[in-house]
Design a protein around this ligand. Structure first.
Ligand code: G3D
Ligand code: MG
Length: 223
């Protein structure tokens, strides 16, 4: 089955985009949540398959990219990570603009970070695509003895907001790829049904990488 994308008012099959135009769907994803919950560690685990327990709070690049191949479709995630601004709740609107996949992260060993989740959901609802797909992520699932947030209470919160939910460990590489993949599949399904309209050029990228992305990858060893 081949999905149909409405692009600039034209119906284009997703596979045709991939095969003949050497174009690839580009989804902007972002991570939000309190400082220190492991947002940067999750992106690094996904893109570099690395875990560094001496993470600097500022990483100096605005986004990472990850190519995803799922069944007969390729797409690219452009994943924005904050550079520490979340500590002051001063994330600008540019960070949120055009994002269609939103990962909202708390730390299962710090209940305060879970209590902030409602505020982060409100931020996402005000600033992101209203049909964007969200996932609630309870990170640091490896720290079982220090757990402060139960799986059940998090599941209930996610259900109340019609969000996906997963517990992850960036350290042990548990559920990290799955978290991004599950949101990607929901976004892609919503694109095919026109619930999410990718109507501007920033939603497509040439297959392969741009010079900017290549230089970021080389500098930061990104994927
Ligand atoms: P942030 O980007 O949300 O601010 P970071 O969070 O990715 O910078 O991570 C904050 C701290 O949590 C880091 O430790 C990091 O190593 C740790 N961390 C991130 N993910 C996990 C995880 O899955 N398990 C465990 N055990 N620790 C994790 P430091 O010591 O640098 O503060
Ligand atoms: Mg960070």
């Amino acid at each position: 089955k081949v999905g149909v994308i409405i692009f600039n008012s034209k119906r284009i099959e997703a596979k045709v985009l991939n095969t003949f135009f050497f174009l690839m769907l580009l989804f902007k994803f972002l991570l939000i949540g309190d400082g220190n919950v492991g947002k940067t560690s999750l992106v690094r685990r996904l893109c570099q398959d690395e875990f560094d327990d001496k993470n600097e709070s500022t990483i100096g690049v605005e986004f990472f990219t990850k190519l995803i191949h799922d069944k007969d479709t390729d797409f690219k995630l452009q994943i924005w990570d904050t550079a520490g601004q979340e500590k002051y709740r001063s994330i600008g609107k540019t960070y949120y603009r055009n994002s269609v996949g939103i990962l909202i992260v708390y730390d299962i060993t710090d209940h305060k970070t879970f209590e902030s989740i409602e505020d982060w959901i409100s931020e996402a609802e005000v600033n992101c695509d209203p049909n964007g797909k969200k996932i609630l992520i309870g990170n640091k699932s490896d720290l079982v003895d220090s757990r402060e947030v139960t799986t059940q209470e998090a599941e209930e919160l996610a259900r109340n907001h019609s969000m996906l939910f997963l517990e992850t460990s960036a350290k042990n590489n548990t559920n990290v790829f799955e978290a991004f993949m599950n949101v990607s599949r929901e976004v892609y399904a919503a694109v095919l049904t026109n619930e999410i309209i990718l109507s501007n050029c920033s939603s497509l990228s040439l297959q392969g990488e741009s010079e900017e992305e290549e230089s970021v990858r080389k500098e930061k060893k990104c994927c």
